[in-house]
Design a protein around this ligand. Structure first.
Ligand code: MG
Length: 451
């Protein structure tokens, strides 16, 4: 077992030249090169430190004998598609996704284009900590090749999976906000190719993210919302920093939470496939399951995290999957969160089924309550066991934390992985009901904590 850990849920991340420095990047590159060998693609988002880390990781990769293909500033799903499409041994993405510009990160992509599973990350960590790097002599060191054409095959594949004519005919107008991130490299082109007239906002790549913070939450998208309203556009589109996620604004200027989009697309995908299974984490809204069932499909729940969702989808042959944060996974394209694919599919759904506001209003409404409760790390496990015991006889799901299901809703208790606290989420038909459920659960937890 590894006592030291390098990769978090989103790869290795930190503040540039503080906890993330070039020495770490180069050694990690050596470890990744030792593990992957062969040909490895590398890409980045537009952060100011992108070239620095890309160079350091590339040096490490080459010293371990891997040949590096630098595909430039691209969305994460473009790198993933490139690895899969060219049968490379793997990929490395230099990005900190939605984190502020002073951060950067390193994320590994497996040879099939999926996010690297934990057990493989552990092997890379082991090489890193034991410094058991493969060090090639002068004949065996790798080469560096620059390739600028990765976006086109990716976009061609995206377009091959939607009804391009239907989108083109519908004359849709969109406002696009790429948060000055990696989406700027692909999504404006996609909209143009699909015949969607687009007004772009923050769609020039800038490593300082001058437009707004790159997490696409409502408070950061006020300019986009205003512009959708003022221009009478059919929708607003927003990506996070590395464009694996997409959030939408409807034609009435309403910010759509990711679970609404997830439900809309899930229902469509099940209909399109004449049934099938949709995979989503236990924290997703009941609205998703309602929409999927309405279309004749079923939902399988997993632990929280896109790689876990993707693995489950592969295992059971799901027709669709995704998370409530705007990360949607389309198996016919690739098994990873995919910002541009999400844009193309939602445009198709609007073209075929009507305005986004109407689609959003058809999604069942639920109310949520979120809160935290302090709990020392060493007590978390005992308290959770006590919670399961307390709700014995009820419907309890322990896929990730403890989820108690009741008529028309649920309460989920998850221990934080990084802080001494529990997160309590409840969902119900009304706000009062959701709060009541959270309160009840909180008092059970408080009693258990006293013991
Ligand atoms: Mg991201």
């Amino acid at each position: 077992m590894m006592s030291q850990r390098l990769f978090g849920t989103n790869g290795v991340r930190g503040i540039v030249n503080e906890d993330m420095n070039v020495q770490l990047a180069m050694d990690l590159g050596k470890a990744i090169g030792t593990f992957m060998g062969g040909k490895v693609a590398i890409g980045s988002d537009p952060r100011t430190s992108a070239d620095m880390f890309k160079s350091a990781v590339s040096c490490g990769l080459m010293s371990a004998g891997a040949d590096v293909i630098d595909i430039g500033m691209v969305p994460t799903p473009v790198l993933q598609f490139h690895v899969k499409d060219n049968a490379l041994s793997g990929g490395v993405m230099i990005t900190a996704s939605h984190n502020p510009p002073e951060f950067n990160g390193i994320k590994c992509v497996d040879s099939d284009g999926t996010e690297m599973p934990r057990h493989k990350e552990e092997q890379i960590e082991q090489i890193y900590f034991q410094r058991s790097f493969r060090s090639q002599d002068w004949r065996g060191v790798g080469t560096l090749q620059r390739s600028t054409g990765a976006v086109d095959p990716y976009l061609r594949s995206v377009k091959s999976l939607v009804d391009v004519k239907a989108i083109d005919r519908s004359g849709l107008e969109a406002v696009l906000d790429c948060a000055n991130g990696a989406g700027s490299a692909a999504t404006p082109q996609l909209l143009d190719d699909l015949g969607v007239r687009a007004v772009t906002l923050n769609s020039n790549p800038r490593g300082t993210f001058p437009g707004h913070h790159s997490e696409p939450v409502e408070e950061h998208l006020q300019d986009l919302i205003s512009l959708v309203k003022a221009s009478g556009a059919d929708l607003g589109i927003a990506h996070d920093g590395d464009a694996d996620r997409t959030i939408f604004i409807d034609d009435r200027g309403r910010y759509l939470y990711g679970d609404r989009t997830l439900a809309i697309v899930a229902e469509h995908m099940v209909k399109e496939n004449g049934g099938g299974t949709v995979v989503t984490p236990v924290s997703s809204s009941m609205a998703v399951e309602d929409a999927v069932r309405r279309a004749g499909g079923e939902v399988v729940y997993t632990r929280v995290g896109a790689p876990v969702v993707a693995r489950k989808m592969i295992e059971i042959g799901a027709v669709f999957g995704g998370e409530e944060n705007g990360g949607l996974i389309f198996p016919r394209h690739q098994y990873c969160r995919d910002g541009a694919m999400t844009v193309a599919k939602l445009l198709e759904i609007i073209a075929l089924e009507g305005p986004l506001s109407e689609l959003a209003d058809r999604v069942p409404q639920y109310c949520q309550d979120k809160r935290k409760l302090a709990c020392p790390d060493d007590k978390k496990e005992t308290v959770l066991r006590g919670l399961v015991e307390h709700y014995r006889g009820e419907r309890v799901d322990t896929t990730d934390g403890v989820k108690i299901l009741f008529e028309g809703g649920w309460t989920l208790v998850r221990p934080s992985g990084t802080e001494p606290l529990f997160r309590i989420y409840s969902e119900a038909r009304t706000e009062g009901e959701a709060q009541k459920r959270s309160c009840e659960c909180q008092s059970v937890l408080e009693d258990l904590l006293k013991d």
